[in-house]
Design a protein around this ligand. Structure first.
Ligand code: FAD
Length: 317
């Protein structure tokens, strides 16, 4: 079922999670056990992230370095199919621009359609780790809005080869990313909203936000979206803080603010066990407020670890 159908049919705020494919060389059992430990909360759908290639430099016997291309977390499509098959839960594979030509994207979408996957989250993708900024594939897309346009074209039976007659129209429900605290490359919030609006105009039917720790950021974001004629469901992304290091790592990687009250409490903690308790309490409070506000779904970034999300969900669902 499509994400939008789940939301339309729901009589209460839904519970969903995002998981990461295991690192290459690991099996899928640990991931399954984390998913299974959250099944009691009936996740309506499960997002699976996509991780593009990385470059590693291997020293050769003559002292020179050879550049090797590798993907550390392959398997997004396989995991989605496995979850749908094993648990009968809808999945939302993340589809990115980075590293994909338009032809690659088209072929990937055909594969997803054949597997019965009805949703995708369309993203530009992170830059390659060793590169300073995002570089598009020479025959691919620069921005998520263009990728969304391609998926929408296929939904209308328009493939890259314009000579295809009566091509089958796919039926993907398309999601896009939103940033309550602004995407870090955007010069200002207004410009970021213009780009978000372009994603909706080109076919995005729901928005999933970057994680945030201050609900006011989400409330303001929703208000501004509505004022800008963006009327699709806006799904808040949440993560319980778990370690002392998160105080600096989360702002560094995700370009977000940690509210002073939370950072003060975390800074007082003697160890990560204590941080987890603070993180859970904060997240539970966030969830309760978001439900009261009428958020359609609470979407948890599990980072493929279920313990903390389980503790939060127990208090909220
Ligand atoms: P876009 O919407 O393309 O925006 C990127 C930047 O370009 C923004 O600053 C925007 O304002 C600007 N922009 C957009 N259009 C234009 C234009 N026409 N002209 C000029 N500027 C423009 N990354 C992964 O690699 N794999 C994942 O699985 C993954 N999952 C994610 C899930 C969620 C919910 C979120 C919030 C992020 C995820 N990311 C993932 C990270 C994401 O790929 C990065 O944040 C990336 O930097 C931006 O992606 P986007 O789709 O928002 O890009």
């Amino acid at each position: 079922m499509k994400v939008t159908e789940h939301i339309q049919k729901a009589e209460r705020t839904l519970f969903t999670i995002e998981i990461l494919p295991p690192k290459k060389g690991e099996n899928i059992d640990t991931l399954f056990s984390h998913v299974e430990s959250l099944l009691d909360f009936a996740p309506s759908f499960i997002d699976v992230t996509y991780h593009r290639e990385e470059y590693v430099y291997k020293e050769q016997t003559d002292g020179s370095f050879k550049k090797l291309v590798t993907r550390k977390r392959p398997g997004t499509v396989g995991i989605c199919a496995a979850i749908q098959n094993r648990y009968n839960i809808d999945t939302v594979p993340h589809l990115i621009c980075g590293g994909f030509s338009k032809e690659d994207t088209e072929n990937m979408l055909i594969e997803l359609d054949f597997l019965g996957i009805e949703n995708i989250l369309a993203l530009r993708g992170d830059p390659v780790k060793s590169e300073p900024g995002f570089k598009p594939h020479p025959e691919g897309h620069c921005y998520a809005s263009e990728l969304i346009g391609q998926v929408n074209d296929m939904n209308n039976g328009v493939y890259l080869n314009s000579e295809l007659q009566d091509a089958y129209p796919t039926h993907f429900c398309i999601g896009a990313a939103g940033y309550p605290e602004k995407h870090f490359e955007s010069p200002n919030l207004d410009t970021d909203f213009d780009h978000l609006k372009a994603k909706v105009e080109r076919g995005a039917e729901f928005i999933v936000t970057q994680m945030f720790f201050d609900n006011q950021a989400y409330f303001n974001f929703v208000k501004r979206c509505r004022e800008n004629d963006i009327h699709v469901p806006i799904i808040p992304g949440l993560k319980p803080m778990a370690t002392l290091k998160h105080l600096s790592l989360l702002p560094q990687f995700f370009h977000l603010d940690i509210p002073e009250a939370l950072s003060r409490e975390v800074a007082k903690c003697k160890d990560n066990k204590a941080v987890k308790e603070v993180g859970i309490e904060w997240c539970v409070q966030q969830c309760k407020e978001l439900i009261e506000f009428g958020a359609p779904v609470l979407h948890f970034y599990t980072m493929s670890r279920s313990e903390l999300v389980k503790r939060v969900a127990k208090e909220v669902f």
